[in-house]
Design a protein around this ligand. Structure first.
Ligand SMILES: *Cc1c(COP(=O)(O)O)cnc(C)c1O
Length: 397
């Protein structure tokens, strides 16, 4: 079947079959791991042409690699973008995207609720490079509009956001960015292209910490950007090539493998996530639950509009705040106390003291993240075993 014919199939089929291109050399259905740093050239002239960009081909794995190219092709296909760039980590993707879009003396308007590492990049390193970051409550697109300046080149969103599960109206924020001649980036790590495709909603750049659901098994660190051919070519040639945050061919291969099971994993994560969220929302010891699939989520209508499912991340607060929350975390037996997310195993952690310790207490309060907020990345175990674990742990609180 041609790539054109495949396009009319369901998304789950696309994840399994990819863009329909088997390995050109051998016909291998799964792209081999091209574990090679360099590539032989046939002549001095060919080398010169490759470096001048007058000829397509591989020269050095920091700039491009056949296994990585296969991953990039699949991710661009699934996110409906022209091209993709795979990198060593989600943070390599974030820093590369930002430096491609923005230069010294320019500014970024960013959501104030982001992954803790992104927040640290925005708060510490970018100001040192004379890039201003204006953080706003981007759950209301009007705040984005008010913050835009004539030198704003990028609107940086994360929806659903880590760890509060708040949403950004991707279509509305993208329209505002375009009015000001800026690009919009959406960190789509939580939703994955299975549930949300930001480029179809008007965004310009999609970012993944592929460490999470794209890998799905907690066995690699990786990042991916998907955007226009022009943006990706510049990200590769002008930034990644210089900063060196390339991905290893083996990790690209793990992600290609992960993509094939993305639909079944995400369906199960989401099914279990809803059950955990509902269970917690009826529990007398729980004060608050954040999950975009619950009608009590303040942006439930937006979630229904821009996502086709709600995912496996649930945040909640135990009555009694941080101390009670820590008691709960210490009492779980089946779940693992660990950061990261999107693994087949259920992981539990406290953002204020772990993933989001880069936020000051004032910043956490401004975003509405209570100190005692607990984040669960719900795995694909049987949900009854997860509820039982939560039940026994809450009994000890
Ligand atoms: C983990 C994460 C990142 C950073 O990715 P790494 O692969 O750890 O570098 C960025 N954004 C979100 C939403 C994340 O959860």
């Amino acid at each position: 079947m041609t790539a054109e014919e495949l396009r009319s199939k369901h998304f789950a089929t696309l994840c399994v079959h990819g863009s329909g291109e088997a390995d050109k050399e051998t016909g291998a259905l799964n792209t081999p791991i091209y574990q090679s740093s360099t590539f032989a050239m046939h002549s001095a002239q060919e080398g010169a042409q490759l470096f001048a960009g007058e000829r397509e081909g591989y020269v050095y794995t920091r700039i491009g690699n056949p296994t990585t190219a296969a991953l990039e092709r699949e991710m661009a296909f699934l996110e409906k973008g022209e091209k993709a760039l795979a990198l060593a980590s989600g943070m390599a993707a974030a820093s590369t995207a930002v430096l491609t879009a923005v230069s010294a003396g320019e500014s970024i308007v960013a959501s104030n609720c982001l992954y803790g590492g992104t927040h640290k990049l925005f708060k510490e390193l970018l100001p040192r490079l004379n890039i201003e970051v204006i953080e706003v409550d981007a759950t209301d697109a009007r705040n984005v509009k008010k913050a835009m300046k004539s030198n704003t080149k990028l609107v940086y969103l994360e929806s659903p956001a880590n760890p509060s599960l708040s949403l950004n109206d991707i279509a509305a924020c993208s329209a505002i960015a375009h009015e000001f001649g800026a690009l919009t980036l959406v960190d789509n790590t939580f939703a994955t292209p299975y549930f949300q495709r930001p480029l179809e909603l008007g965004a310009d750049i999609v970012l993944h910490s592929a460490t999470k659901y794209i890998s799905g098994h907690g066995d690699t660190i990786a990042g991916i950007l998907i955007s226009s051919a022009d943006f990706i070519d510049r990200a590769r040639g002008e930034i990644m090539r210089d900063l060196g945050g390339c991905i290893s061919p083996f990790n690209s291969w793990l992600l290609l493998r992960g993509l094939k099971t993305l639909p079944v994993r995400i369906e199960k994560h989401s099914f279990n996530g809803m059950r955990v969220a509902k269970y917690l929302s009826f529990h007398p010891k729980i004060k608050n639950v954040w999950y975009p699939g619950l009608p009590t989520h303040p942006q439930y209508e937006l979630a229904k509009r821009q996502m086709s499912g709600y995912g496996g991340i649930v945040a909640f607060e135990v009555k009694g705040g941080r101390k009670a929350g820590e008691r709960l975390i210490n009492a779980v037996e089946l779940m693992t106390i660990a950061v990261s997310l999107g693994d087949v195993d259920t992981l539990i952690q406290m953002p204020s003291s772990m993933t989001h310790s880069t936020y000051s207490s004032e910043e956490l309060a401004a975003v509405g993240i209570p100190e005692g907020l607990i984040r669960i990345s719900v795995g694909i175990e049987h949900y009854r075993d997860l509820l039982e674990d939560l039940s026994q742990a809450l009994g000890k609180v």
